[in-house]
Design a protein around this ligand. Structure first.
Ligand code: AMP
Ligand code: ZN
Ligand code: FE
Ligand code: FE
Length: 279
């Protein structure tokens, strides 16, 4: 039997990935993974859609999500795992994000209009895959910009207009790291700092490490092997879980393949058997 591998970070069409939850499950099995968690931005919709397919194909699935959050105005991502998926605390947070995104995306479209690049919200929606369960974001706007011929690539759209500080960037109402951790914990889940190497300031990272997270994403697609060690040591010092995953998005980030970062059976089982299930 193959070595056990579980990818704990990937995105479906419920947010800005290009594969549906079912397609992600099938790809995970094709790649020889035995475990998976789909961590869409600010929505928990993928788990229920993926679960019947995972069961049928013998892939172990744990509920996952990647929340956008801020700490002292620095934008960060927080992964939530193994929560009670119909818990109102998480549903409320997702609803809050959905309103935040609606408002923020409107502000971005307004700015693009002023820059001579009008796009209707319906044109952005056309890239969303699953209209009933979608978390629309900048990548969808970037794809609409490419489609309309305003830019030649998604990368270009981000570089010139959509990245932080660029002319069409809008921040919207940020939700704090503290509130996010609380919601995940209220829903009996695990809160994990995502891709810590992307945190803009060392001071912010230091402060986050003092908060009541349960894990640190130590293994990540773009880490070189020797770079993992810094995060592994930090997580061990804190007694936190050492999680990992690819951050696979499909065709919006074609250089990242599903399963290129993963955790072993011990970590996966610890998370799967997190004692609060069934409450
Ligand atoms: P949002 O959550 O709507 O603010 O969009 C942020 C998401 O856009 C990130 O999580 C990435 O998936 C994606 N993203 C950020 N920068 C780039 C980039 N340069 N090229 C492609 N996708 C990007
Ligand atoms: Zn994304
Ligand atoms: Fe992220
Ligand atoms: Fe991600």
């Amino acid at each position: 039997m193959n070595e056990f591998r579980a990818d704990l970070h990937c995105h479906s069409t419920c947010s800005d990935g290009s594969l549906s939850p079912e397609e992600l499950v099938r790809l995970a099995v094709e790649k020889g993974l035995q475990g998976l968690s789909i961590t869409d931005h600010d929505t928990i919709a993928a788990y229920e859609l993926a679960l019947p397919h995972a069961k049928q194909l013998g892939l172990e699935l744990i509920p996952g999500v990647e929340f956008s959050a801020s700490h002292n105005d620095i934008s960060i991502h927080i992964l939530g795992y193994s929560y009670v998926s119909n818990h109102p605390a998480l549903q409320e947070l997702c609803e809050k994000h959905s309103a935040r995104r609606l408002n923020r995306n409107g502000l971005i479209l307004e700015k693009l209009k002023h820059l001579g690049m009008p796009i209707a919200m319906e044109e952005v929606l056309a890239f969303s895959g699953l209209p009933e369960a979608v978390s629309l974001g900048r990548p969808h706007i970037a794809q609409a910009m490419v489609k309309k011929g305003y830019v030649d690539s998604i990368e270009h759209a981000f570089k010139r207009f959509l990245s932080e500080g660029k002319s069409a960037y809008a921040v919207g109402n940020l939700i704090s790291a503290k509130e996010t951790i609380e919601a995940i914990h209220n829903a009996k889940g695990l809160a994990v700092i995502a891709h810590p190497h992307l945190i803009a300031h060392n001071r912010t990272l230091k402060q986050l490490l003092e908060m009541n997270f349960d894990g640190l994403e130590c293994y990540y697609s773009r880490f070189q092997k020797e770079k993992n060690q810094r995060w592994v040591s930090l997580a061990e010092k804190k007694g936190w879980l050492k999680t990992g995953g690819s951050d696979f998005h499909g065709k919006i980030k074609p250089d990242i393949s599903l399963g290129c970062a993963w955790v072993d059976r011990t970590t996966f089982q610890k998370m799967q058997e997190w004692p609060n299930h069934g409450i």
